[in-house]
Design a protein around this ligand. Structure first.
Ligand SMILES: C[S@@+](CC[C@H](N)C(=O)[O-])C[C@H]1O[C@@H](n2cnc3c(N)ncnc32)[C@H](O)[C@@H]1O
Length: 322
């Protein structure tokens, strides 16, 4: 149920939603963060038309707009859905309605296409990933900061989400009871398997899986890591919520990613979806997932600053951070 609204507020929201295209757009943005081009291809309308509808939805306070380099991404986040009439209306839309069903199937196609682009990039990059990584971060500094944020001593059971070539698993498995790496790229997984075997990590394995639907039971890990992965996520909040799901109470999540930047080339050349993350946006996603941000460290560099952020799942912390 939406919050109470003033008469003016209610008129603003009802006028904004009293149009079939805008209601369809709101329904799509409640499910995914999309740019104008993606929305045009789903609703089958011109860019000026869709931009006009978006402007009305943003001005009514229903949809949020976030600048991402040369793109703007639009979204109707859960807290806005709960607060506004859009939430009530979207909940009542019949998913079997022909138009709505077509929108949702086109949305799935757009999401598949996006994932396929990143997959194709990692298929090509798998063999050289360990050298590519060094091109844009100083991995020794990042890994030292990661170790500083973690508790000293045994780490228990760990899951490295978006494990790539298994670098973080290899770094932490010596202190772990068991380590699992998850990745969507079979090519990356093949390199990770070979690396872990070569280094003799018998307690570490890798599996195919998506960060938003981990093939793992709830409450089964003491530590989850998302190391340079979140900027590929279609829905970073969902990836964080999924990491939180597999943690035990008191378990920890470490996110290592870029601070907001303007390196548009990373999108074109390295398939990044997000040009970094603001710390308060990450803290909000962590809170929604039942995690509390405990510490964070910025590693400033030009042009890419890396942030190492540690969060704990509600419950008693398993050990003191060093
Ligand atoms: C930049 S690499 C980082 C790999 C590793 N964490 C590291 O720091 O070396 C990002 C990895 O995330 C994986 N990835 C991208 N989207 C994913 C998804 N939806 N679910 C799981 N893994 C994903 C890619 O296949 C790739 O291996």
């Amino acid at each position: 149920m939406s919050e109470h609204l003033t008469l003016d507020g209610m008129m603003r929201e009802t006028r904004a939603l009293a149009d079939p295209t805008r209601l369809r757009i709101a329904n799509l943005l409640a499910r995914a963060q999309l740019n104008v081009t993606e929305l045009c291809s789903i609703v089958g309308q011109s860019q000026p038309g869709v931009s006009r509808h978006l402007k009305i939805l943003v001005e009514a306070g229903l949809v949020s707009r976030q600048r991402e380099g040369n793109w703007a991404l639009y979204h109707l986040p859960p807290q806005q859905l709960r607060r506004t009439l859009a939430g009530d209306l979207i909940a009542r839309l019949d998913p079997a309605d022909t138009q709505i069903a077509l929108d949702l199937s086109r949305l799935s196609a757009v999401q598949r296409e996006r994932a396929a682009q990143a997959q194709a990039y990692f298929r090509r990059a798998a063999g050289e990933w360990d050298s590519i990584r060094k091109l844009y971060i100083d991995e020794t500094k990042v890994e030292a900061a990661l170790q500083r944020q973690l508790p000293a001593g045994p780490l228990g059971e760990i899951v490295d989400i978006g494990t790539g070539t298994g670098r973080i698993l290899a770094l932490l498995s010596g202190r772990a009871e068991r380590g699992i790496g998850i990745d969507t790229s079979r090519e990356m997984l093949a390199v990770a398997r070979a690396n872990l075997e070569r280094q003799g990590f018998r307690n570490a394995e890798v599996r195919h899986g998506d960060m938003t639907q981990l093939p793992l039971p709830s409450g089964s890990f003491d530590l989850a890591t998302l190391h340079m992965v979140l900027h590929y996520a279609a829905d970073p909040a969902k990836a964080i919520a999924e990491a939180a799901r597999v943690l035990r109470p008191g378990g920890r999540l470490v996110i290592v990613d870029f601070a907001p930047h303007k390196e548009e080339r990373l999108r074109a050349e390295h398939a990044h979806r997000w040009l970094g993350f603001a710390e308060d946006a990450v803290a909000e996603w962590l809170g929604e997932a039942g995690l509390e941000k405990t510490t964070s460290e910025r590693l400033p560099a030009d042009p890419l600053t890396v942030i190492v952020c540690l969060a704990t799942k509600d419950g008693v912390a398993l050990a003191q951070a060093s």
